[in-house]
Design a protein around this ligand. Structure first.
Ligand SMILES: [Zn+2]
Length: 165
């Protein structure tokens, strides 16, 4: 059985800084949960409100998703459990979005959990800043990850839709 238990920000920050490929957690994170399976810690997730879009106040963005082990199908199982958990405990949100880095193969877990692929979003720093500014920012601890420059695959899950057949 997969369960989600609230994590205080400072603990979540420690976990994601150490284990997640982006190596930081921003203050925009509004919900952090440790993921347990049969009472054993197996990972952690962090959710943000969405800064864009028509339904932004009803949208949650899965901004960090970390699993301790690279076990087959576990990613999509945790995502499906997270969807059930959000539907039950956070009914005000109607949509869950997530961005997978194009340099990785994470997209498959979203597809397996019935997320819809909705498009590609350009790497953020690349789009907004000149290279000179970008390299200066990249030196700072918070944004040192090269993944910020990579394009992201955007996935969406409609939390109000009926269960897909
Ligand atoms: Zn990347």
């Amino acid at each position: 059985m997969i369960e989600f238990k609230k994590l205080p920000f400072f603990q979540a920050k420690e976990i994601f800084t150490r284990h997640h490929y982006l190596h930081y957690l921003s203050r925009a994170s509004i919900m952090n949960y440790a993921v347990y399976r049969d009472n054993k810690l197996i990972g952690a997730v962090s959710l943000n409100g969405s800064p864009h879009g028509k339904f932004k106040e009803k949208t949650l963005a899965l901004s960090r998703f970390w699993l301790k082990d690279n076990e087959k199908n576990l990613g999509s199982q945790v995502l499906s459990s997270l969807i059930k958990f959000l539907k039950k405990n956070k009914p005000k949100y109607k949509k869950l979005i997530s961005y997978a880095c194009s340099c990785m193969h994470e997209g498959t877990i979203y597809k397996a959990a019935n997320f819809k692929f909705v498009g590609i979003s350009k790497g953020t720093l690349d789009k907004r800043l000149t290279w000179r500014k970008t390299s200066k920012i990249r030196k700072s601890k918070r944004t040192r990850s090269p993944h910020l420059l990579h394009d992201k695959l955007k996935f969406e899950y409609d939390l109000v839709k009926r269960r897909a057949k």
